[in-house]
Design a protein around this ligand. Structure first.
Ligand code: FES
Length: 503
């Protein structure tokens, strides 16, 4: 039966009826993908995320766990998420200024695990002409770095590489079209991202990133040809990559350093609070860094009514008597709670004593959660006990990392000149909520500033001055990485910081 043709009927997530001829016995998820049918599959087909659920002959099944059979009727329930990325999510810096001179156009690129952002800039004046951003298309093969490494190691490397470079090429062409130019006229392209994103862009095997001692097998190189990065049918300028420090501290952090390093001799803490929380602490003499697996709660993932930074995402919540006042992105009807809203929700519940310092909800809310708002269809947007637990894991991982870097550097908080929170999440986050729930020590609050996408900002700086790549390379070489998973204090600090206060 394995190689016989099977005829199946599919109704896509958007309701389109299709008839397909497929190979009987083939995996259904693969078959749908091969036919360009959009389907959510965040774990990349490992059967763990539950997102690829379909109706088959009126029964619910996971498409990644089912083989195609002749006569099957399949209804896809949810397509791959395709939410709109908001421009101010991409960067806090001023956009939409015309370049002074078209001979100096360059493109800065930040490849995030979730979001990719590109900016066309004048590499002399530094002005940004236009921006593009999109969800990383590799998400269909795995939501986080670990699942993408696994997918690459199981034979999916070329699929992952093609997905991102095709989207990048389209976005670069589209940026150039804004000013009636072509990619061949660009001066250069500067790219940053975590180490896995860089490996996948270059088509490097990811085996070494996924196994102990987690060291990148292929050395970093500053400069590649357009052909090497984007493939044979393309013509364009050299591509520069920001250097990575290690397997889990990437070029996004070295770019972030270039974006906010300040004057010589300052002591600065840079924290990028994504799914993989990366942080770097530099003093006049030393540089320390670490990464910590915070999980997806800061990006609205793993939260009952969580969502990405999309129009209608609740990004700010405050107590208003017995109810909750909230703001949504773009002022749209509420659809869910994004990362900054998750922090606010926890801070409000602590304030209202609905959760205690251990994170337990009171009996009135323990089973069903707290209603923060209602959707247009009247369904409640809830914040639940399980959401609190997800947040506790995330905040504790970051706080433990902060404390370890501070103690390794032998510094007290009073010695820090500045603390920068980077990333789209960092930009909308309310410092009071972060402190209230204990992500950051209270004494740090006065020094904290949200700086938006510092990875993109660092790339834009390199577009203006390629010599900065040398500085970033020197930084990467002298940075001391603290591997948290084997650090003797990490487990204790992680457990201690799960609570929302001293217990
Ligand atoms: Fe099927 Fe995740 S459970 S893709």
């Amino acid at each position: 039966m394995k190689n016989d043709a099977a005829h199946i009927k599919v109704i896509t997530a958007s309701g389109e009826p299709l008839e397909l001829e497929a190979a009987a016995g083939w995996n259904l998820l693969e078959t749908l993908r091969a036919n360009d049918i959009s389907i959510a599959a965040n774990c990349g087909g490992r059967g763990t995320c539950g997102k690829c659920v379909v109706n088959i002959d009126d029964k619910e099944r996971l498409a990644c766990q089912v083989n195609v059979a002749d006569g099957m009727r399949v209804k896809v329930k949810s397509g791959e998420e395709s939410f709109v990325i908001i421009e101010d999510y991409a960067s806090g810096k001023n956009l939409a200024e015309a370049p002074d001179n078209f001979d100096n156009l360059s493109v800065a690129v930040d490849i995030g695990t979730t979001t990719v952002v590109l900016q066309l800039i004048d590499s002399v004046s530094g002005k940004a002409a236009s921006t593009r951003s999109f969800l990383n298309p590799q998400r269909q093969y795995g939501e986080d770095v670990i699942s993408r490494i696994q997918f690459a190691n199981e034979g999916g490397l070329e699929l992952l590489r093609d997905a991102v470079r095709k989207s990048l090429l389209d976005a670069i062409k589209s940026l150039c079209a804004d000013v009636k130019a072509s990619p061949a006229q660009l001066k250069h392209i500067c790219v940053a991202g975590n180490t896995t994103m860089m490996y996948l862009l270059l088509g490097y095997a990811c085996n070494s990133l996924g196994i102990y001692p987690f060291e990148p097998e292929f050395p970093h190189k500053d400069k590649y040809t357009f052909l090497e990065v984007f493939g044979a049918d393309a013509d364009g300028p050299p591509v520069y990559l920001l250097p990575w420090v290690s397997a889990y501290v990437g070029g996004d952090i070295t770019a972030g350093y270039l974006d906010c390093r300040g004057s010589d001799g300052e002591t600065v803490f840079l924290i990028d609070m994504g799914t993989n929380g990366e942080m770097m602490l530099w003093t006049g003499d030393n540089v320390f860094c670490c990464s910590t697996a915070a999980g997806p709660a800061f990006e609205g993932g793993g939260i009952a009514c969580g969502t990405g930074s999309i129009p209608g995402a609740i990004s700010k919540i405050e107590l208003a008597g017995d109810t909750y006042a909230y703001e949504t992105i773009g002022g749209a009807e509420p659809v869910g709670i994004c990362g900054s809203g998750v922090l606010d929700a926890a801070a409000c519940l602590l304030e209202a004593e609905i959760i205690d310092e251990t994170g337990r909800m009171d009996d009135d809310h323990f089973d069903d959660g707290v209603t923060i708002a209602a959707r247009k269809d009247k369904k409640p947007i809830l914040f639940t006990q399980k959401d609190i637990r997800e947040l506790q894991l995330a905040k504790s991982a970051i706080r433990a990392g902060v404390e370890i870097l501070m103690s390794e550097a032998g510094l007290g908080i009073s010695q820090l000149d500045a603390v920068y929170l980077a990333g789209g999440f960092g930009q909308k986050l309310r410092i009071e909520s972060a402190v209230k729930i204990g992500i950051l020590p209270e004494e740090m609050a006065q020094k904290v500033r949200s700086i938006g996408n510092s990875s993109l900002g660092g790339c834009a700086r390199v577009c203006r001055d390629l010599a900065l790549l040398g500085e970033a390379g020197g930084l990467a070489r002298r940075t001391k990485e603290m591997p948290l998973s084997t650090h003797p204090k990490f487990q204790d600090l992680f457990m201690d910081n799960m609570a929302f206060g001293d217990i």
